[in-house]
Ligand binder design. Structure first.
Ligand SMILES: Nc1ncnc2c1ncn2[C@@H]1O[C@H](COP(=O)(O)OP(=O)(O)OP(=O)(O)O)[C@@H](O)[C@H]1O
Ligand SMILES: [Mg+2]
Length: 227
């Protein structure tokens, strides 16, 4: 029997304190290789919490996380290694070195992993091209627009070729034109096989994803659309 590839949550429950109400209530979902998922739902419904469980950053109170059919350990070195090797994060608040070039910033993730400088720069250059800002590689990032800056951050993640990209409201502060550019970078220009899960309130973003998961009060509810 072939093993189910991808990342799977089974009956995930999470509460932030033993006396707090559960924030995730029995969430089961699977992220298939290469697919894009928009995670939608009201503020406070648990989207960011669910992303942190998917990204192995938070140990859920209950339930199983499986990678390629294997139940992952709850903590330890193996989990930390997987987290660093297989996952890339894109946040709304951009985290860059403002006076350094787009290229330097895009190479940061690989350099932090110990990749040789020339190799990191080559991969970063390719990723900047892929997200449509190759011509801005030498420009200090404090001179870039919000959408260009966000694309530098996406290039940084793409350059590392993770299996899973988790993005938390990556277009929250952008106008429509910049949103289109960022989504094209995140959804359309991924390396083959990379999956992306995007928490978003923006229907424009959701419209570019393969499917939509809707979270209400910590539960996945029917009504998500597929393309
Ligand atoms: N570190 C924390 N400690 C305690 N409670 C938390 C923590 N993080 C989130 N919560 C609570 O968990 C619930 C879900 O929060 P979460 O951030 O996952 O929602 P969200 O769907 O991402 O909301 P938004 O759309 O506003 O970003 C909220 O009630 C929030 O107050
Ligand atoms: Mg959130």
């Amino acid at each position: 029997m072939s093993v189910a590839q991808g990342l799977e949550l089974r009956e995930i429950w999470h509460r932030y304190g033993s006396h707090s109400p559960p924030v995730l209530r029995g969430v089961s979902m699977r992220v298939e290789p290469g697919e894009s998922i928009a995670l939608m739902g009201p503020s406070g419904s648990g989207k960011t919490t669910l992303l942190t469980v998917l990204g192995l950053l938070v140990e859920p109170t209950g339930g199983e996380v499986r990678l390629d059919g294997r139940v992952l350990p709850k903590k330890g070195a193996e989990l930390a290694r997987l987290r660093a090797a297989e996952f890339g994060w894109v946040f709304q608040s951009v985290n860059v070195l403002p006076r350094r070039s787009a290229l330097d910033n895009a190479a940061l993730g690989l350099l932090a992993r110990g990749t040789a400088s020339a190799d990191a720069k080559r991969a970063a250059e390719g990723a900047l091209e892929a997200v449509g800002i190759g011509s801005l590689a030498r420009q200090p990032v404090h001179t870039l627009s919000g959408g260009e800056l966000q694309r530098v951050c996406i290039a940084r993640v793409l350059a590392a070729r993770p299996r899973f990209i988790l993005a938390d409201e990556p277009t929250g502060q952008l106008d429509g034109a910049n949103t289109e550019g960022v989504i094209a970078a995140l959804v359309n220009n991924r390396p083959l096989g990379t999956s992306v899960v995007i928490a978003t309130h923006d229907p424009l973003v959701a419209g570019h994803c393969d499917r939509v998961l809707r979270l209400v009060d910590g539960e996945i509810v029917p009504g998500g659309a597929s393309r």
